[in-house]
Design a binder for this molecule. Structure first.
Ligand SMILES: [Zn+2]
Length: 240
């Protein structure tokens, strides 16, 4: 089982860990702890490097496999020994861009729910760009400018983000979480990680975020599309 360091400190760029398994089938190394995000919730996986005995290996991406995080190695590698210590490092530029983008998405969700009562149904992102789907029947072209202004005001408002890991029962008491379909969480999950933009948005979320909305920089709405009468897709890009 891999300890997930990114869940409590999204700014951790490098760390020391120990090899717990070598997965030759997936060309992957498993560590006792990691800050590599394995992908999920619309956020792509991290990449980076792992150094063992002065040998530097490129981690193409991380991936979840049950309770473990696989660090998938680019190319052949001489299988290191279980128990060996490693120094691992994220591709920080890629990760930090994703943190800013992910927080931008939550600003968008928070503003659209607050101003129009529309719920998010899904989304995906790449560094500095993303799209989100809403149940937003009244969305129309004329609103694009209003929404763009409102989200940029929340960047300027420099709101703090807070991450908490709550017992499932406690999380289910929070009315804001119920609207973001927390009830879809699998039965077996006993704790819920909650990401809050103070005063704006609260979601059950496993991803990595910046500490303050001011770090996101300027957001542009680049496009929107109707995906049926009710479902609307909004595209954003970070320009700052
Ligand atoms: Zn999210």
């Amino acid at each position: 089982m891999t300890e997930l360091l990114y869940q409590t400190d999204s700014y951790l760029k490098d760390f020391i860990a120990r090899i717990t398994k070598v997965d030759l089938e997936n060309n992957a190394i498993i560590l006792d702890r990691t800050t590599f995000y394995p992908g999920g919730g619309g956020q792509p996986a991290d990449s980076g490097t792992i150094k063992v005995n002065e040998v530097l290996m490129q981690v193409k991406r991380a991936r979840k496999a049950g309770p473990d995080i696989l660090h998938i190695i680019d190319g052949d590698f001489d299988a290191p020994v279980v128990g060996q210590a490693v120094i691992a490092q994220l591709d920080w530029e890629h990760r930090y861009q994703l943190m800013r983008t992910h927080t931008a998405m939550h600003i968008l969700c928070g503003v659209i729910f607050r101003d129009y009562g529309a719920s998010v149904t899904g989304g995906s992102m790449e560094p500095l760009a993303g799209r989100m789907d809403f149940e937003f029947e009244t969305m129309r072209k004329e609103l694009v400018q209003d929404i763009e202004s409102a989200i940029n005001i929340e960047v300027e408002n420099a709101r703090s983000l807070r991450v908490d890991i709550l017992p499932r029962d406690e999380a289910f008491q929070i009315p804001d979480l119920i609207r973001t379909k927390i009830n879809l969480l699998p039965e077996g999950i006993s704790e819920v990680r909650v990401v809050e933009i103070e005063g704006l948005d609260l979601q059950a979320d496993g991803g990595t975020h910046v500490n303050n909305t001011s770090e996101v920089g300027q957001i542009e709405i680049t496009d929107y599309k109707s995906k049926g009468k009710i479902n609307k897709r909004i595209y954003v890009r970070l320009v700052g």
